[in-house]
Design a protein around this ligand. Structure first.
Ligand SMILES: NC(=O)C1=CN([C@@H]2O[C@H](COP(=O)(O)OP(=O)(O)OC[C@H]3O[C@@H](n4cnc5c(N)ncnc54)[C@H](OP(=O)(O)O)[C@@H]3O)[C@@H](O)[C@H]2O)C=CC1
Ligand SMILES: N[C@@H](CC=O)C(=O)O
Length: 427
């Protein structure tokens, strides 16, 4: 076996950084056998040197980036700090200095993928980011490599562990939203600012990254329509159950004849759909390719060791590339410039919960407003009223979103409609 040593530095020793360090240590013999080189984590960058870092020797901790970028021995920089600044600056500096980069940072890849990808291409360097999408699930590498012989037309999935955990707990044990979010944070699933999870931004970044790779056309986070789970109520969950559905936060990307559709929003999924049984922090991604048909990937989408597993897989891949002098072989390939459609030009089915005046003729009135906007009703249930207010739960047929919005605008000015209590898309 060769006596080659490959030095790496980890930026960040939080949930994922610590897990990555531990896994590199635990797997060191295997890494040597698999790559033909010994991997040594030479430095770990943190903000706060006085915090205890379980298992990381004090002498390799630093709070100075210069200790890493100026160390010519270090050939792999593993960015696990999160956020845009200074992560982007460090990644760009590392690539320009001829280092290979591994990152779990979806914010960076979704917003500045073009810039960092070009820097990697220019340097002939590896830029690997498997952990940035769906934690432990291999999806970036399959999209870039195993499934690249396909024309991929659709990707759909549960790609945020925190919100899936929250929705599962609210559905299965009636847990309160705030308590479920606190538990997801305690378990290391949530982002440093969990707004990114619950508002759908994190899932939006992941779907943008997957769409760019799958459709060979740059899709950034700004292109993605995002809607989170903060408005989902216990009543929505209860009525969804009555209709035979569960509510999940889904990311959807479609490559259609007239442009790319890319969105994240809660969705009612039929109980018998495979995604309906993907619970807790598990994620699942469906991919449809013309030649391969459907493929589904499932696994843990968040958490310390599942995420570290994906990061370490990337580090090992980079080590192999270093040993075989083949870094930078698989870069970004967004050569198309496809249009991204506005959400209002896409079609959906809707679950609509209305609080209406409890009197005769209201249902006919509602149906006629919907009909006038081109929205057909597929199912409707009228709940008996209290204090003169009844509840209508409607599931529509598939409709252009702009037509549905027109009907909602009419409802807002209608005295018989007391409240639009819930609007959720339906699979
Ligand atoms: N948690 C998860 O399940 C997953 C996370 N990710 C991604 O992995 C990345 C890391 O996430 P996670 O480990 O959860 O985050 P944490 O907040 O737990 O850890 C961040 C670490 O980065 C360090 N850090 C932050 N800013 C700086 C800075 N300016 N200089 C030096 N060190 C800095 C922090 O140092 P200090 O401790 O001193 O404050 C901390 O150790 C993010 O991009 C996240 O989106 C991806 C998939 C799953
Ligand atoms: N906060 C993210 C972590 C992994 O990407 C999630 O909950 O999925």
């Amino acid at each position: 076996m060769s006596d080659k040593v490959i030095y790496a530095a980890i930026l960040g020793a939080g949930t994922v950084g610590l897990g990555t360090y531990k896994l590199c240590e635990a797997m060191s013999d295997e890494i040597k056998h698999k790559t033909g080189a010994t991997l040594v984590i030479k430095k770990v960058l943190v903000r706060n040197l006085s915090k205890k870092r379980e298992g990381i020797p004090d002498e390799i901790l630093t709070d100075k980036w210069e200790d890493i970028i100026n160390d010519k021995d270090i050939s792999i920089v593993v960015e696990l700090m999160g956020g845009i600044h200074p992560a982007k600056d460090y990644v760009l500096e590392a690539l320009k200095a001829g280092r290979q980069v591994v990152t779990a940072n979806k914010d960076l890849i979704a917003e500045y993928g073009e810039e960092v990808g070009n820097a990697a291409n220019k340097a002939g360097a590896d830029l690997q980011f498997e952990a940035a999408v769906a934690g432990a699930i291999p999806i970036i590498r399959p999209l870039k490599q195993s499934m690249t012989g396909n024309h991929i037309t659709e990707i759909m999935g549960i790609v945020n562990g925190t919100t899936n955990y929250i929705l599962t707990k609210m559905t299965e044990s009636g847990m309160d939203y705030k308590e479920a979010l606190a538990k997801a944070t305690e378990l290391g699933y949530a982002e440093a600012d969990p707004t990114a999870d619950v508002e759908g931004y994190d899932a939006g970044r992941k779907i943008a990254i997957m769409a760019s790779i799958a459709f060979n056309s740059r899709v950034t986070f700004a292109d993605v329509y995002t809607e989170g789970i903060t408005k989902i109520s216990a009543d929505d969950i209860k009525y969804a159950k009555e209709f035979g559905y569960v509510i999940k936060l889904l990311g959807v990307a479609k490559n259609t004849e007239d442009g790319i559709e890319v969105k994240v929003h809660p969705m009612l999924i039929p109980n018998n759909h495979p995604l309906a049984n993907v619970n807790d922090a598990f994620n699942a991604v469906f991919v449809h390719g013309k030649a391969m048909d459907d493929a589904m990937f499932m696994g843990r989408g968040a958490g310390q060791m599942p995420t570290a597993s994906a990061v370490v897989g990337d580090i090992i891949d980079v080590c192999r590339n270093i040993v075989h002098d083949s870094c930078g072989r698989i870069g970004c390939c967004c050569y198309k410039n496809l249009e991204v459609k506005d959400i209002t030009d896409t079609k959906s089915k809707f679950f609509l919960r209305l609080e209406v005046a409890d009197k005769q003729g209201v249902l006919a009135n509602i149906a006629s407003v919907l009909g006038n906007s081109g929205v057909s009703i597929a199912q409707v249930v009228q709940k008996s009223g209290k204090d003169g207010v009844a509840e209508l739960v409607i599931i529509t047929a598939e409709v252009l979103e702009k037509n549905f919005n027109d009907a909602m605008a009419v409802f807002k000015g209608l005295s018989a409609v007391k409240n639009i209590a819930g609007v959720i898309r339906v699979y």
